[in-house]
Design a protein around this ligand. Structure first.
Ligand SMILES: Nc1ncnc2c1ncn2[C@@H]1O[C@H](COP(=O)(O)OP(=O)(O)OP(=O)(O)O)[C@@H](O)[C@H]1O
Ligand SMILES: [Mg+2]
Length: 266
């Protein structure tokens, strides 16, 4: 509304009304943005679920149409793989939904190096993984979430590496820094933000492996952020990718003195 240049109460009122309307307009725009984002997310998620579901259905239909001429064991094995894939996607979607809902999970004092060692030992890897961790790198965090972030980085590195993966864990300047480095093709500088968006896969990677949904990195970054940390990708010294997870270093002594808490080794 026009503001008269009378400088009186009416002018003041008009200015206030305009400011309020501006704020309201901003709020509506933000809400519209969130709704559009949510819609895109739902449509992307449905699409991701539909592919393995269609595969599964076709497989079962073909086998039922002509059971005598079907390798039933193979059909079952393939069906199980489709089901695993569906399970994985639903699991990732649930993890994201929980993170989006802002549910605060339990936090304990963990040694980030021990966690990295435990998770890399647990995984079956295509290429050898070396973990080089400083002795005590305490962080206050949710074990399941941090393990999930580390596993997502390990899975990517293993998929893209040519021959080796290196994990380092260091305490530096009040920060706990975990780096997962591989000797694969690396991530082009222009794509280094985009790969953290939900459902983003770079084309070269998609042809190499049709399995991924593009949810691993967004989940890992969200977990890092929820812990007051960051996750970025850099160049590895020998040309591959180096994913750097930085978390606040916990004050170990303060927690050791706290009778309610124990130094929990991962
Ligand atoms: N270590 C890496 N080297 C090269 N490119 C990578 C690396 N890690 C991730 N990327 C690229 O980033 C994309 C997104 O990774 P993200 O982990 O989010 O999804 P994904 O691995 O494709 O699928 P998901 O993790 O859901 O199974 C990958 O598709 C790949 O193109
Ligand atoms: Mg991944």
């Amino acid at each position: 509304m026009p503001v008269p240049d009378t400088g009186d109460e009416i002018a003041g009122l008009a200015t206030t009304v305009n400011a309020t309307l501006d704020r309201l307009e901003g709020a509506v725009e933000r809400l519209e943005g969130t709704v559009a984002q949510q819609r895109r997310f739902t449509s992307d998620a449905s699409h991701e679920l539909r592919t393995p579901l269609t595969g599964l259905r076709t497989r079962l239909e073909l086998a039922l149409d002509d059971p005598a001429d079907t390798d039933l064991l193979r059909t079952l094995r393939d069906a199980l793989r489709d089901a695993d894939r569906l399970h994985q996607i639903v699991d990732d979607l649930l993890a994201l939904a929980r993170l989006d809902a802002g549910v605060e999970p339990d936090r304990t004092l963990l040694d980030l190096g021990a966690l990295a060692r435990a998770e890399s030992r647990r995984r079956q890897a295509r290429v050898p993984v070396v973990v080089d961790a400083d002795p005590d790198v305490p962080v206050l965090g949710n074990r399941l979430q941090l393990a999930r972030a580390v596993v997502n980085l390990l899975a990517n590195a293993d998929r893209h590496a040519s021959g080796k993966v290196l994990v380092t864990v260091r305490a530096r300047g009040g920060k706990a820094v975990l780096t997962v480095t591989d000797d694969g093709p690396g991530v082009p500088p222009g794509e280094r933000d985009r790969i953290f968006d939900r459902f983003t896969r770079l084309d070269a990677a998609r042809s190499r492996d049709a399995g991924g949904s593009g949810l691993g990195l967004p989940i890992a970054r969200e977990i890092a952020n929820r812990h007051g940390g960051t996750l970025v990708v850099e160049d590895a010294p020998d040309g591959g990718a180096a994913f750097v997870l930085t978390l606040p270093l916990a004050d170990q002594t303060a927690h050791e003195q706290d009778a309610g808490r124990r130094w929990a080794r991962a």
